[in-house]
Write a protein that binds this ligand. Structure first.
Ligand SMILES: [Zn+2]
Length: 309
């Protein structure tokens, strides 16, 4: 009897000590950056090339910039963990493009990300580089028929000329939670404008109760932070000499992932591949590094703003 009681006491004490030790597992303090985990999402990938420039594809450029960004984040904020939705030329999730978007947001959410940054390249929708058009430069007289049936008429003389695709610059997208019901229309609008993105026709049902709850949560918790970071990114790009169209809210290609992630999220359109000059810049080491530097500058300000609260 005594032995049994002692046994029970020892067992109970042991169990309590075990619980106490497990519960008191030390949590490493966050230093320097209040952002624990940043999810970097290189747009498109694998069989989804994204927009096509004259000599390069969006999926490749986005990946190159993303990998440099991850490296730079690790150097600038050693306490921040970087995770990629893809780090090679694959379509994440490895199935359809729609499933790939679900994969990206699920990955970000299950990894408990604190921030989601999607990297893309833009297109104005016309032929990359440029295209030929013709204009009337003069008229010449053309005579037909003979005798009384003789007729002379003026015929325009055309000259073809090359039109350069000059539109360039950056823009950062955040989720437009107030446009949940307009998702379908917004996608159609985008298709007319561009038609370049192979995935712009993908529609996500934004009217499910889950989607509405997500949108409300985003509006309440993450919209302000996303907007703050987006503004910092575009401000940094402007200061480095780029043309910036600022922070925009629209539900378009790839934007779906922004609201499906339970964290502040931005989608950076780093420049136009349809403009050969900008395409060369975005393919160059210098250009990619400048884009990365801009985002790092923005993250420093964002960190300071979070700390300031
Ligand atoms: Zn894209």
């Amino acid at each position: 009897m005594f032995k049994r009681i002692t046994g029970v006491v020892f067992f109970t004490v042991g169990a309590l000590l075990l619980i106490a030790f497990t519960a008191k597992k030390p949590v490493p303090p966050k230093q320097g950056s209040p952002i624990g985990i940043i999810i970097i999402d290189p747009g498109h990938g694998g069989r989804d090339p994204g927009t096509l420039g004259s000599f390069s594809r969006e999926s490749h450029v986005a990946l190159a910039i993303s990998l440099k960004l991850g490296k730079a984040i690790k150097a600038a904020f050693p306490d921040t963990k970087v995770l990629y939705t893809r780090s090679t030329d694959i379509l994440p999730g490895n199935k359809t493009m729609k499933e790939s978007y679900y994969y990206r947001s699920d990955f970000a959410n299950s990894s408990n990300g604190d921030l989601f940054i999607s990297i893309h390249c833009n297109s104005i929708g016309k032929k990359p580089g440029g295209w030929y058009e013709k204009k009337i430069v003069s008229y010449r007289n053309v005579t037909t028929g003979k005798g009384k049936k003789k007729k002379t008429k003026k015929v325009p003389v055309y000259k073809s000329y090359y039109v350069k695709n000059t539109h360039k610059g950056t823009e950062t997208y955040i989720w437009a939670s107030d446009r949940v019901g307009l998702k379908g229309e917004a996608i159609n609008q985008r298709q007319e404008e561009s038609g370049e993105h192979a995935d712009s026709s993908i529609e996500f049902d934004m009217n499910t109760p889950e989607a509405r709850i997500r949108a409300q949560l985003y509006e309440k918790k993450y919209f302000g932070k996303s907007l703050t970071l987006g503004n910092f990114v575009e401000e940094a790009f402007r200061k480095s000499g780029r043309i910036s169209y600022g922070v925009k809210q629209r539900n378009q290609e790839g934007i779906w992932v922004l609201q499906a992630t339970g964290m502040p999220s931005i989608l950076v359109e780093t420049g136009f591949l349809s403009n050969t000059e900008e395409e060369k810049y975005l393919n160059s080491d210098k250009g990619q590094q400048e884009v990365v530097n801009g985002i790092i500058t923005a993250l420093r300000k964002y960190n300071a703003a979070l700390d300031g609260k």
